[in-house]
Design a protein around this ligand. Sequence first.
Ligand code: ADP
Length: 344
Amino acid sequence: MDENERREILTAILDTTRECVLVVDKESRISGWNEAAKSAFLPNVSPKGRRISEVLRDLELHDAFKRALHEGLESEIRLEIAAGERKFDVHVSPLDLGDSREAIAFFYETTRLDRLEVVRQEFLSNISHELRTPLTSILAFVETLEDGGIDDESNNRRFLGVIRRNAERMNSLIADILELSQIEAGRVAVEPSTADLGSIVNEIFTALGAKARSREMKLISKIDPAVRVFADVQRLEQMLVNLVDNAIKFDRTGGVVTVSYENRGSVDVISVSDTGEGILPEHLGRIFERFYRIDRARSREMGGTGLGLAIVKHLARLHKGDAAVESILGQGSTFRIELPAFLQ
Ligand code: ADP
């Protein structure tokens, strides 16, 4: 292989790498680059001969290039561009070419990883916070029992009841967190089959009937008995339980929860509507996020974990569908599960 061929191959390799590569000569002017670097840093101009300081205004980066050019030293630095929108780990090292020395920098973009790290940390801190609240209550009531409350015949059972409720809350939180992490790790497989939607909804109504009655609410199914959808029955049930349960929780006393079905060509749409106070537009875009709750205290009081809708969305997507919400203030909300249509 001659020198030219070797260069061609090297150029091709560099141009297909996702990492940005820049070479700077001893006057700190750009003498080499790959496609990724051009589109990231110099989209509309020719890089050749441009001062690196015109292209990337970053003191640390310039010092790193100087160290490589004048002292032959390697450096590892962090670089942020576009007002912190994009972040890179940059490795700068001397590049000895015959008798002249230039410097080469590899830019590894970490924007996405950094964002994921922030999400992960927020998730962890949310979990800790959510677990601490019931735990604090349990500890306080155990202490009360130890300090004589156990002999207080008129209250000791009530204290135990509080402890039990909080322990149950921790239990359901942990179950939801585990469920969500299993789904996110791709460990939950959906196995769609032909599902009788009407029967599923009737079963859910039976299970949640007592809760609805305690709030004087009506549950109405508008599903034709002949309707079949293509879904993992257990997972579909789980999604609908979450939505119907929410509708009961957040509707007004005496309200009506209606489940209906509609085929829209290639999509089957299952809707759960309530007659509650509705959801403000600024919350609509976020309520499917983990732990996002409009009224934290109210959600907790109702035994909510703030994870139900996130689970619904994930499960719908596992079916190659989606979940969505619409709401009219003062009239109620409609949550929809959209599934790829069942073709008869
Ligand atoms: P939670 O455990 O709090 O029910 P979800 O993830 O199921 O958690 O719901 C997130 C938030 O979305 C709820 O806390 C509530 O503020 C809002 N929400 C969900 N369903 C309804 C509904 N049918 N009507 C009004 N708000 C709702």
